[in-house]
Design a protein around this ligand. Structure first.
Ligand SMILES: Cc1cc2nc3c(=O)[nH]c(=O)nc-3n(C[C@H](O)[C@H](O)[C@H](O)COP(=O)(O)OP(=O)(O)OC[C@H]3O[C@@H](n4cnc5c(N)ncnc54)[C@H](O)[C@@H]3O)c2cc1C
Length: 407
């Protein structure tokens, strides 16, 4: 069975309605279908406060998630019996693209962690009881989720994490710590990757739902990041944290595999989200450079400027095609690990180029912190590092090309 098939990713998961939306990958408008409510929330309840939340270094996740949860945006491809809409993953991609209209990267990332990074494995492999306790309230916007994979000593090399969850009777006792945890200071629960046995490193890990208010969970600090300022990123320690073994997601020892599957959705989601942001940056740059005159004509009318923007726009459209192709294959249960890795790699690199070129054309204004282009320049830098660095994507692509040195 393909990885994607194992993930149960088909067009509307088994037993779920396919919804009343008309999805058509040949018609780019599929991505905006039914998202009018999302635009209202973004325009009225999020964007007017973004500058304040960026300055404060945190946004009110519970308040914002409740608004999105009420509107149905936190579980578009999650089972209807847990409050989701039961649609396929292409609708999650559509929501991600719409969320790219938020005027910063930090808040969309926090929402993406909730919808497409910390919850896919729970939705597919979790027990009914676990889904009622953690998935349903996350879809409703009553609980904030975070994902605990990276550690101080293990980021790219996930297999080397050190956090342990040791069975004692019907409880796990967790010791260790997680680093770079998005939503970490506000989260109600963590989708935790921990070692649960001494087996080889790809077979000794499990995903566990860990309530963040458990005794022994310590938020060590909120990390001061150069970008994604409104998103709270935390370092978390676990000191003899006890939780019931029933909090295990799926099978013990399958955590590494589940996490690798979960990463595919995270990477496609991130690509979709940054596409809208890049579109917006190009449009704002066109507007600015059209009215700003240098040497008796608009900056935009200098050929090096409009040609460069045309080149970037072309690259963006190519990336969009790759994303749509990957998503179309994914919802038909194909293994898209190679394509998703290519999309993530290209999204990271292209967003750096878009940010750098566009900021240049804003001149000194681009160097101020109160324009979108400079925020994008800082925020988008994360994409080549987080959720698997560019080099990790290249390694995965090489693995599929069978070009890695033999061990
Ligand atoms: C703002 C932010 C939010 C985050 N949110 C979360 C979260 O919610 N949950 C979570 O679990 N993690 C999160 N992360 C962690 C993120 O996924 C890691 O930072 C990322 O996986 C890289 O790991 P690392 O930082 O340990 O870098 P390292 O693993 O130390 O890698 C350093 C560099 O080595 C290079 N490299 C990697 N592999 C190779 C290779 N094979 N060949 C050559 N060079 C290579 C890359 O350039 C990489 O950037 C977040 C990080 C940030 C900064």
């Amino acid at each position: 069975m393909s990885l994607a098939g194992e993930f149960g990713c088909g067009p509307a998961m088994k037993g779920m309605p396919s919804g009343g939306f008309n999805r058509d990958f040949h018609n780019p408008s599929y991505i905006t279908v039914a998202l009018h409510g999302g635009s209202n929330i973004i325009d009225q309840d999020i964007n007017p406060y973004v500058d304040q939340w960026e300055a404060e270094g945190i946004f009110p996740a519970h308040k914002v998630f409740k608004l999105l949860g009420n509107a149905g945006f936190l579980g578009v491809n999650k089972p209807v019996e847990y409050g989701g809409l039961g649609l396929d993953f292409s609708y999650s991609i559509a929501v991600s693209e719409e969320l790219g209209n938020i005027r910063c990267g930090g808040i969309p990332m926090a929402i993406g962690v909730q919808t497409d990074m910390a919850t896919p494995a729970l939705a597919r492999f979790g027990s009914t009881e676990l889904k009622k306790e953690f998935l349903l309230p996350s879809i409703m916007g009553d609980k904030v989720a975070c994902l605990g994979v990276s550690e101080v000593g293990a980021g790219s090399d996930v297999a080397t994490i050190k956090t342990n969850a040791v069975r004692e009777g019907d409880e796990y006792v967790v010791n260790g710590g997680k680093m770079w945890t998005t939503n970490g200071t506000q989260a109600d629960w963590m989708c935790l990757l921990a070692n649960t046995s001494d087996s080889p490193s790809h077979k000794n890990k499990s995903l566990i739902c860990l309530p963040m208010n458990s005794p022994g969970v310590h938020i060590a600090r909120k990390i001061d990041n150069m970008g994604m300022r409104s998103s709270d990123t935390a370092e978390v320690f676990f000191d003899d944290v006890r939780m019931p073994c029933k909090n295990l997601i799926g099978q013990e020892g399958m955590g590494f595999t589940y996490q690798m599957l979960q990463f595919q959705e995270e990477r496609l989601w991130a690509c979709s989200n940054i596409l809208t942001m890049m579109d917006n940056i190009i449009q704002e740059t066109i507007q600015y450079t059209r009215q700003r005159k240098i040497f008796k004509m608009p900056v935009l009318y200098h050929q090096s400027v409009h040609f460069r923007l045309a080149e970037l726009e072309t690259e963006i459209e190519l990336l969009r095609s790759l994303l749509h192709r990957s998503t179309a294959l994914y919802i038909k249960c194909n293994d898209v690990t190679k394509l998703a890795s290519m999309a993530k790699l290209k999204a990271g690199r292209l967003s750096r180029e878009v940010g750098d070129s566009c900021l240049q054309y804003w001149g000194g204004m681009g160097f101020t912190s109160n324009v979108l282009v400079s925020r994008f320049y800082r925020d988008a830098r994360l994409l080549s590092i987080g959720g698997g660095a560019d080099e990790v994507m290249l390694s995965i692509i090489c693995k599929y090309m069978d070009t890695l040195p033999k061990k």
